[in-house]
Design a protein around this ligand. Structure first.
Ligand code: ADP
Length: 162
């Protein structure tokens, strides 16, 4: 039986859409590990340490006791392989996510045939929320408070001076 859910992503920064997936997964699995992908190929606004801190503060706001956060530079399958009874979880907002996630899942399965991914569909109120859109919104002084945790709202306003 799988007990640990690994939730990998860029989280640049974490949104309430991500958090909703984490909160629901924490009720399904014994343990959830949020995995901040330390990728040099993707240009990030926040560095991995800041992303980790923002996720930890957001988890604390929700009082989720079985969720931890780690930074990892490498293939998700290698991280999952090193954890007993673990699988990967991902969120789905729309068919665009589905197409992308499907290829990713197939590739991971090809690399390691014991790899399993569980998909959780987004809560409708966050279906249009993405880290990219949030960064655009705050840049032009739009109100982001509904879509991101308090700690993230503060960090983004600090970066963009709003
Ligand atoms: P990545 O670069 O790995 O896609 P993201 O941080 O953009 O990293 O997303 C991580 C995971 O969270 C992906 O599975 C993505 O589809 C999902 N996700 C992102 N935003 C939302 C949201 N608003 N609701 C549900 N799932 C989401």
């Amino acid at each position: 039986m799988k007990q640990t859910a690994i939730y990998p992503g860029s989280f640049d920064p974490i949104t309430k859409g991500h958090l909703n997936i984490i909160e629901r997964a924490s009720k399904i699995f014994e343990r959830v590990v949020v995995l901040v992908a330390d990728s040099s190929s993707k240009k990030s606004l926040f560095d991995s340490k800041d992303k980790l801190r923002l996720i930890e503060e957001s988890i604390k706001e929700l009082n989720l006791k079985n969720v931890t956060v780690e930074i990892f530079a490498g293939l998700t399958i290698d991280f999952v392989k090193n954890h007993k009874n673990a699988l990967c979880i991902r969120g789905l907002r729309n068919t665009h996510d589905f197409d992308h996630e499907y290829s990713l899942e197939q590739m991971n399965k090809k690399l390691w045939n014991e790899f399993e991914t569980v998909f959780l569909t987004t809560a409708p109120e966050y279906a249009f929320v993405s880290s990219t859109l949030i960064k655009e919104l705050v840049k032009f002084k739009g109100n982001i408070d509904e879509f991101v945790p308090k700690a993230v709202s503060k960090a983004l306003k600090d970066v963009y001076g709003s």
